[in-house]
Design a protein around this ligand. Structure first.
Ligand code: GLP
Length: 260
């Protein structure tokens, strides 16, 4: 895992965006895995800026989102469909037919989940998956004790997740209890992972993810098993890391020996 500690949220957003752009530059028809939540908002802003100012082209891009609340219509302001439209899709030129977000309103979840997994495969797999992390260490909606081999499916949200997300709803009772989410196994099959995290309330989860054991109690720790995982964090989110000096040293010296 490559750990990039940034001075603030702007810097981590820009560096994470650059990591995604590198994939797009090498492969203009890349398949992007997208995340929601407040953490990747800055990354999306930077992609939008590059689209407007530097003609970053999304016309051949395909996207797959990680997850969606069960029961919220696409027009609901807290649905992840709405979030993606508000923060990215309305500003860039991704063809509508190439956008995939799990359905929170399908009448047959089992069939939908199978279709979603197959559709990712049919599109050639995800080239780069953007991720945030929950304060309980989850990725997407893979709550603690989710199988590290899990695939797209329904999950019951954990109480801390419902409490964290209550700030976006009128009352905690309005927060959906179920979600449809890519599994940890699905996420690990992406060719590259880019995780962003900021703020002190993520410091424990970030430390467990990077330096703790691989465990289904912290599903983000599964990133340790991925050959190309990059984590972009700010000072506050990095504050509980034991190997901090090493991560800074690696960034100063370069993450590997010069290639010949
Ligand atoms: C939700 C999402 C996750 C996200 C997490 C953290 O649980 N399903 O994908 O990483 O929230 O959100 P935030 O970035 O707002 O802290």
């Amino acid at each position: 895992m490559e750990v990039v500690i940034c001075k603030d949220y702007d810097e981590l957003s820009q560096k994470a965006a650059q990591s995604v752009v590198n994939v797009l530059n090498a492969k203009p028809n890349a398949v992007l895995g997208l995340a929601t939540g407040s953490s990747p908002v800055g990354l999306y802003k930077d992609l939008v800026r590059r689209h407007k100012e530097a003609q970053l082209d999304f016309s051949q891009v395909t996207t797959f989102n990680l997850d969606e609340y069960v029961g919220l219509p696409q027009t609901h302001e807290q649905s992840y469909h709405y979030f993606m439209h508000e923060n990215l899709f309305q500003y860039v030129n991704i063809p509508k037919a190439n956008i995939h977000i799990p359905s929170g309103t399908t009448s047959n979840y089992r069939a939908f989940c199978e279709w979603y997994e197959q559709r990712i495969k049919d599109c050639g797999g995800i080239d780069v998956q953007i991720l945030g992390i929950g304060s309980d260490g989850h990725i997407a909606f893979n709550e603690p004790t989710s199988s590290l081999a899990s695939r797209t499916r329904l999950k019951t949200l954990a109480r801390p997740t419902i409490e964290d997300n209550a700030r976006f709803f009128d009352s905690i009772d309005d927060v959906p209890i179920y979600a449809i989410t890519m599994g940890v196994g699905t996420i690990l099959e992406s060719r590259k992972l880019v995780l962003v995290a900021n703020g002190e309330n993520k410091a424990d989860a970030v430390a467990e993810m990077i330096e703790g054991p691989v465990t289904s109690m912290i599903t983000a720790s599964a990133l340790q098993m991925h050959p190309r995982a990059k984590v972009f964090i700010d000072e506050a989110a990095a504050s509980k890391l034991k190997m901090r000096d090493y991560y800074d040293w690696v960034q100063a010296k370069g993450p590997g020996a010069p290639q010949t």
